[in-house]
Write a protein that binds this ligand. Structure first.
Ligand SMILES: N[C@@H](CCC(=O)N[C@@H](CS)C(=O)NCC(=O)O)C(=O)O
Length: 265
């Protein structure tokens, strides 16, 4: 994104509204500009200062890395929905400074705000956005299959976090062997829908696709060749990464400042 000097309105906002140290609101659209997105929407997002509560769409996380909010960011970007990042500094979160932890329903992030509505739990946020934006199947059966697959993605994500944060590099070989089996399940799911040429379910992208894409990206970061024997999955990842708004988001400054696996970098 090309930087531009602050407008007078922003200077006024900056003077009148000090940002609490533990909560840095990044007043940016997190996706790069894209021809399909009306320029005026970008402009409003960049110039309106802190959004009014009723209009605000935001994701709150600690600044540690992509984490559990990333599938939400991928969904928002690809759907052309602007949001702000309300970032809690890791040290402040750990020290329990501010109200964020106290207010969090289960004492955890991410938090998602859609106007006056606030919700926690990353998969709940995905399902909410899926229903709201028509990304959760076109009939009851599709919706249920999407939920089932998303639960499978969650299982894989859990294994990944356990490996990443609780186990050590000595277990990597065993982890990657099991990963191959897990990836085989997703390969088979893809093969049953239009021979793997589309999405997980039906003809339309769903919230589970964004969740799987992120989980696969995490694994590619850990083991760059992990998809080499899963040709449908490789093609699927490439196709979704090539969606213009996903591509623009992944190249954006907001995305680049968040590593995928902070502990390993
Ligand atoms: N099931 C929750 C798990 C959330 C979670 O583990 N959040 C971590 C960060 S990724 C967290 O807030 N950890 C800090 C803490 O528990 O104090 C979800 O999917 O949102």
């Amino acid at each position: 994104m090309v930087p531009r000097p602050p407008l007078q309105q922003e200077k006024n906002n900056a003077k009148s509204m000090p940002v609490p140290a533990q909560l840095q609101q990044l007043k940016i659209a997190n996706q790069g500009p894209h021809p399909a997105q009306p320029a005026v929407q970008q402009q409003q997002q960049l110039t309106s200062g802190p959004a009014q509560k009723k209009d605000k769409t935001s994701v709150t996380t600690t600044s540690a890395g992509t984490g559990r909010a990333e599938p939400v960011r991928l969904l928002l970007s690809d759907q052309g929905i602007c949001w702000t990042e309300d970032e809690v500094q890791k040290e402040d979160w750990v020290a329990g400074k501010g109200d964020q932890k106290k207010n969090a329903v289960f004492g955890q992030l991410p938090r998602f705000q859609d106007g006056d509505f606030v919700v926690y739990q990353s998969n709940t946020i995905l399902r909410y956005l899926g229903r709201k934006h028509g990304l959760s199947g076109s009939n009851e059966q599709e919706s249920t299959i999407i939920e089932m697959i998303n639960d499978g993605v969650e299982d894989l994500r859990q294994k990944y976090y356990i490996f990443l944060f609780l186990q050590n590099e000595e277990n990597k070989e065993k982890y990657l062997q099991d990963l191959n089996t897990q990836l085989g399940y997703f390969e088979r799911i893809l093969s049953k829908n239009s021979n793997g040429s589309k999405f997980l379910v039906g003809d339309k992208v769903s919230y589970a696709d964004y969740n799987l894409l992120d989980t696969l990206q995490c694994h590619l970061d850990l083991a760059p060749t992990c998809l080499s024997s899963h040709l449908l999955l490789s093609g699927y990842v490439e196709r979704i990464l090539n969606r213009p708004k996903v591509d623009a988001y992944l190249k954006s400054d907001g995305r680049k400042r968040r590593p995928i696996t902070p502990k390993h970098k």
